[in-house]
Design a protein around this ligand. Structure first.
Ligand code: ADP
Ligand code: MG
Length: 692
């Protein structure tokens, strides 16, 4: 291949300026070819309009300033060495401070360096920025001198080690310009015009070399659209291929189903009835159900899943129920057998810590079809678990499992229906992204007997008063739960925190029975403690976050959550749902240990509302999607520019476009470039899709 081919797969070693060492630095950052380089977007841009003058700064502003280092060096305080630098732009001075890695920073920042500094302005004997993010700027790319828009690239430590800085990066990027012509679009002209998107070539060019802020905005919009589009395309394909799985229609309205509904001891809420109808519609049809049931804690999802399970069994199918923890699996088991015994349906629990012989017996009975319903944790997706005729899978707290495992379980049955349940109310735009391959049912109504849980944020000065209040509740025969979080910074496990708290509480609550429960206990120990709590021989249950979901003790009326500022709002909301399940007035006490204006604002949301959707929205806004979902799940959104919170309209547009394309070309046979990128980006999620 001659160099003038400008193939996008050309190794970057053919670009001017890339020697073996620099090549290694790029390779270590996963950049091998020209196209990899073109897909390495700037992380920030500087131009005259984005840079602030020091004289115009205000406290708490997040800003970019551009100036020269006047003085800098390491300063020693009593117990640490910190690096300080004074930067000036001719209109004033700002002090920059690094508490960590002073020696390392000293090698990077020198007197007279010209820096663009990004950070939040604080005031302490003058303006300062702690741990600023910065870029070294050379005069030939200085936006103030050149009047241009300067792209700043993410410079990894690999790059810095090889002295690859912004000037080099920009020069290198210029070398790639002729290759841009070789980029093919996934969309045709007509499509782009209709959706008001610029071409991919133009977008890639402008993301690196924007002529104007408007060009830049348009190219960001196009590239963001692509990121959303491919994720939506994945979802639409998954959804449509799941819909194509043929199933034998279930008969609804069998004897056992009726008997259970008549013997619940309560009337189903209208929301529950509506949801059951939606589910029945699915399973009475010809294709596999793939439905997400959303409902706040205590809204009565479990009973819905019991009814659906009975329908499946009456249609001679087996059911697998998956819960995120063993405690929860056990609790589901208890709820299920309470009803299933009435109608002679066999049900078994399988958890990690059972004796081998016991497990083997269950597994062989399951394989022979002697067990109708099996309840467990992820252990259920292990290979050795075999079914005789798996027809329905119920996944509780779906969001904890991640997309990947869903497929594993689906492979176990011939054509199983899937009912996923979650108490985490997922904001709408996120639901079409994250659960975009499923149909959605919502229980938006609580059983009538529920009362609002009174929620109070307190600081530890009021703790003794709270303890008195708990003692009073206990004297009325009620029970309390105290929860301790994981203490990440100190590397102390939540177990240690709970154990320590337990000892303290024992002293504060003399003559009252306390029990400690945590994830590292044996199953037997956990069950014993839970049993004692359920039958009220334990008055105060001290727990790590294992108790988060599902635990159902109607007599518990107070939940006290320590270090509540460390929890996400949705998690707190879930924890709060552990109380208020009975007839007694219930309380949730959020103890705030490290008060910041932000933590205060967050926790107040819980004082004000018990609407899970509002809470989820706030949580998402304040913490971002990365924290909202667990880490391995947030990796699923491999967004570079896109974000889920602010791109609502773009996400919906991407969804519609993806749907339209799949409707006309379900295997993407007429969209080969598009298909290639999809396979590149999301190959590991193709467990249920067949387009290759
Ligand atoms: P979820 O799983 O949605 O958190 P559960 O199904 O565990 O909620 O229900 C919480 C409690 O409410 C259970 O004790 C359950 O028996 C009860 N319950 C469910 N539906 C109703 C209803 N319609 N009326 C009264 N109580 C109900
Ligand atoms: Mg539940």
């Amino acid at each position: 291949m001659s160099e003038t081919d400008y193939s996008l797969n050309t190794s970057i070693k053919n670009l001017k300026g890339i020697g073996p060492k620099k090549l290694q630095a790029f390779n270590n950052s996963s950049i091998y070819s020209v196209i990899d380089l073109l897909n390495y977007y700037p992380r920030r841009y500087l131009d005259r309009s984005t840079v602030k003058l020091i004289k115009d700064l205000k406290i708490h502003d997040s800003v970019t300033i551009l100036g020269n280092i006047e003085i800098c060096g390491i300063r020693r305080t009593r117990n640490r060495a910190l690096f300080e630098a004074i930067i000036s732009d001719g209109t004033g001075f700002v002090k920059l401070i690094w508490f960590n890695g002073a020696k390392y920073i000293k090698q990077l920042i020198k007197k007279d360096d010209r820096l663009a500094v990004h950070g939040k302005i604080e005031f302490f004997n003058g303006y300062q920025i702690l741990h600023p993010d910065y870029d070294k700027i050379h005069t030939d790319i200085d936006p103030i001198n050149t009047g241009s828009i300067v792209a700043l690239y993410p410079l990894t430590s690999e790059f810095k080690k090889e002295k690859i800085e912004h000037r080099f990066f920009r020069r290198l990027m210029r070398e790639t310009e002729p290759y841009i012509e070789k980029i093919y679009d996934y969309f045709d002209r007509e499509f782009l015009d209709k959706e008001k998107l610029i071409s991919l070539r133009k977008a890639i060019k402008n993301i690196h070399f924007p002529d104007s802020l408007i060009d830049l905005k348009l190219s960001i919009e196009r590239l963001k659209f692509d990121e959303h589009f491919f994720l939506q395309l994945l979802m639409v394909l998954r959804r449509s291929s799941l819909k194509r799985i043929n199933t034998k229609p279930f008969k609804i309205g069998g004897k056992k189903e009726k008997k259970i509904i008549d013997n619940l001891g309560f009337e189903l809420t209208n929301a529950q009835k509506k949801v059951i109808k939606e589910i029945n519609n699915d399973i009475a049809g010809n294709s596999a159900m793939n439905r997400l049931l959303q409902g706040d804690v205590g809204s009565g999802k479990t009973i819905v899943s019991i009814i659906t399970s009975i329908v499946a069994v009456e249609n001679n199918m087996q059911v697998a129920i998956m819960a995120p923890t063993e405690i929860l699996a056990n609790q589901h088991y208890q709820s299920f057998i309470k009803y299933l015994d009435l109608v002679q349906i066999s049900c078994a629990l399988i958890v990690g810590k059972q004796k081998n012989t016991e497990k083997e017996n269950i597994l062989s009975a399951l394989k022979d079809g002697k067990i109708n319903i099996i309840i467990g944790t992820h252990a259920l997706i292990q290979k050795k678990v075999k079914f005789s005729n798996l027809g329905l899978i119920v996944v509780d707290e779906q969001h904890r499992f991640g997309v990947l495992q869903r497929g594993n379980l689906l492979n176990k049955g011939v054509q199983p229906h899937l009912l996923a349940m979650t108490a985490t109310p997922i904001p709408r735009t996120m639901a079409i992204t994250y659960h975009g391959d499923m149909d959605l049912s919502i229980i938006d109504e609580m059983p009538k007997n529920r009362k609002k849980i009174i929620t109070k944020v307190v600081n530890n000065k009021r703790l003794l008063k709270v303890y008195d209040f708990m003692k009073q509740e206990i004297s009325f025969g009620r029970q309390c739960i105290v929860v301790y979080p994981l203490v990440e910074e100190t590397n102390k496990s939540d177990l240690a925190a709970a154990t320590e708290g337990f000892e303290k509480l024992k002293k504060a609550f003399k003559n009252i029975n306390l029990g400690l429960i945590h994830g590292k206990m044996t199953k037997i120990k956990k069950d014993t403690i839970m049993g004692q709590f359920v039958n009220n021989t334990i008055n105060i249950l001290v727990s790590t976050t294992v108790i988060e979901v599902g635990i159902d003790v109607p007599n518990a009326s107070v939940i006290l959550i320590e270090h509540s500022e460390r929890f996400g709002l949705t998690q707190l909301h879930q924890l709060r749902g552990r109380v208020g399940r009975g007839t007694a007035k219930s309380y949730c006490i959020l103890v705030e240990r490290y008060v910041t204006p932000n933590s205060k604002k967050r926790l107040e949301v819980l004082e004000k509302t018990s609407d899970g959707f509002i809470i989820a929205d706030e949580d998402l806004k304040m913490r971002g999607p990365g924290k909202f979902f667990s880490t391995e799940q947030s990796g699923f959104f491999n967004y570079k520019l896109a974000d889920m919170i602010n791109d609502g309209a773009l996400i919906r547009k991407a969804r519609n476009c993806a749907q339209r394309i799949v409707d006309n070309d379900s295997k993407l046979e007429n969209h080969l470039i598009m298909k290639q990128r999809l396979l590149n980006d999301y190959s590991q999620y193709f467990d249920t899709i067949n387009i290759t």
